[in-house]
Write a new protein. Structure first.
Length: 168
């Protein structure tokens, strides 16, 4: 049997095999992420940190106090039924993503409403180049630890803030 005849015999069955495979592999290509501009669920858009007494500066020196506020939005506007909890710790350097604490948290912050708080950079920072704030914002519930909520929407958040060493 010639090669062309053998291929001709395979072709009808090949279509039946390729169609289901294309459907299976094609289903995995759908983008599960929401468009960044679409506010379909409550979410944290960002944070602002500023050293008290130094407008526009976000890196505090050891012993300085920083004011931190988080921007939280929801489809129905700015949410008011929020509860939150954050832990501040000295952190190891990272290239991307949240930092790992190099010791126990030096401060735990919690409250109701929009997440806005102040904390002081420890006077003894060792070799740690930054402070990590890890926490959770809860809508319709209360924090149960620094990573989850007992009910409602759980919005885990974190930010790394550099520690200024001397004159900027």
């Amino acid at each position: 049997m010639k090669l062309r005849e053998q291929l001709g015999q395979l072709t009808p069955g090949l279509g039946l095999l390729i169609a289901p495979l294309a459907l299976v592999f094609g289903a995995g290509c759908e983008d599960p992420l929401a468009l960044p501009q679409a506010i379909e669920n409550p979410r944290v858009l960002g944070a602002r940190a500023e050293v008290q007494g130094r407008t526009g500066e976000a890196w505090g020196e050891p012993g300085e106090t920083l004011d931190v506020s988080w921007l939280v939005v929801a489809p129905d506007g700015e949410p008011t039924d929020l509860a939150w909890r954050f832990e501040a710790c000295l952190a190891a350097p990272v290239n991307a993503g949240p930092s790992e604490c190099v010791g126990s948290p030096f401060d735990t912050l919690s409250g109701q409403g929009l997440p806005t708080f102040a904390f002081s950079v420890p006077t003894q920072t060792g070799d740690a180049p930054q402070v990590a704030l890890h926490g959770v914002v809860c809508r319709g519930g209360s924090p149960s630890g620094a990573e989850s909520c007992d009910a409602g929407d759980t919005l885990p958040v974190g930010i790394n803030l550099g520690i200024a060493q001397g004159e900027l």
